[in-house]
Design a protein around this ligand. Structure first.
Ligand code: AMP
Ligand code: MG
Length: 282
């Protein structure tokens, strides 16, 4: 990256958001095309691994509460799986907690919408990833009127308060929307039906979602207007190009970790010369 951070380039600005004015094929901050972005992503992956290790070490040695939570949202086929696999590919799965949120189970539906979310918040030192999230409760739930408006409307503020609470507990929150076009989705969904190795992902309900595209769009726009906070910012990643979206996710996570002022615990209590001597003699 040059001087402007990707967080600045892709961060949602205050005020109304019109997703139709954001080109899904754009590549802001792109390091120079597909090949260079792929190489850059591999390098970023190594940096991510180092930062992740520091964060875990700080929790283990210093009782640091710091952790990271990446929230991924996007329409079906927007590339959330690939963003996890490739965007965070350099990280050690041992210190990660990845959770996909589907339609609530019977038990989950009996609780407050944040109940199942709170249970999956990463522990100190851990990199958490939500593949879909509490935002579904003001997105899909709103589009299909799964609860009345007087129930979902207050959720924007509840979400802000919840995320504030997490931030105060040491959680660095990065929220990424993978922004694809309806045409790109069609292409991907057709391929999903045609390719036997991808067919398992096909879900007819995703066609219903396509038919409510504009309602999802306006629901997302309201999320970006109302839930983009200093403690839990939203980033809109143009996502019709696979190489760009995977690079962008890795870069946004790296910049966030870099902003957390992590370090390797020094362990001053260790008498290094004595331990080295003992090791050599052992
Ligand atoms: P996938 O991301 O392909 O595994 O699909 C998960 C599905 O679960 C999507 O269609 C989401 O819209 C749906 N989903 C996730 N959270 C909720 C929720 N709170 N209420 C209803 N549907 C949800
Ligand atoms: Mg799906």
């Amino acid at each position: 990256m040059g001087e402007t951070s990707l967080r600045e380039l892709l961060g949602v600005k205050p005020g109304p958001v019109d997703l139709r004015t954001i080109d899904t094929r754009a590549t802001p901050g792109d390091p120079g095309g597909k090949e260079k972005a792929t190489a850059a992503r591999e390098q970023t992956g190594r940096a991510l691994a180092d930062l992740q290790e520091q964060m875990f070490a700080m929790a283990a040695v210093e009782d640091s509460p710091k952790r990271l939570l990446l929230v991924l949202q996007g329409m079906d086929a927007s590339g959330k799986d690939g963003a996890i696999k490739r965007g965070l590919g350099g990280m050690n799965p041992k210190w990660m907690h990845v959770k996909g949120f589907e339609a609530p189970t019977e038990e989950e539906a009996r609780h407050h919408f944040l109940w199942r979310i709170r249970r999956e918040v990463p522990a100190p030192g851990i990199v958490g990833v939500f593949d879909r999230s509490h935002y579904e409760d003001v997105l899909v739930v709103r589009v299909y009127s799964l609860v009345p408006e007087d129930v979902w409307q207050p959720r924007f503020e509840e979400i802000n308060a919840f995320e504030r609470e997490l931030a105060d507990d040491g959680v660095a929150i990065v929220k990424v929307f993978l922004h694809i076009s309806r045409d790109y989705q069609l292409e991907r969904q057709i391929r999903r039906l045609e390719r036997v190795d991808k067919r398992w992902k096909f879900n007819e309900a995703d066609i219903d979602d396509r038919e409510h595209w504009d309602e999802f769009r306006t629901a997302y726009e309201e999320v970006f207007e109302r839930c983009n906070t200093p403690w839990a910012p939203w980033y809109i990643v143009p996502a019709d190009r696979k190489w760009y979206r995977m690079w962008a996710v890795s870069q946004l996570v790296k910049e966030t970790l870099e902003g957390m002022r992590l370090h390797s615990p020094e362990r001053r209590e260790l008498d290094i010369p004595r331990l080295l001597e003992r090791l050599r003699d052992s």
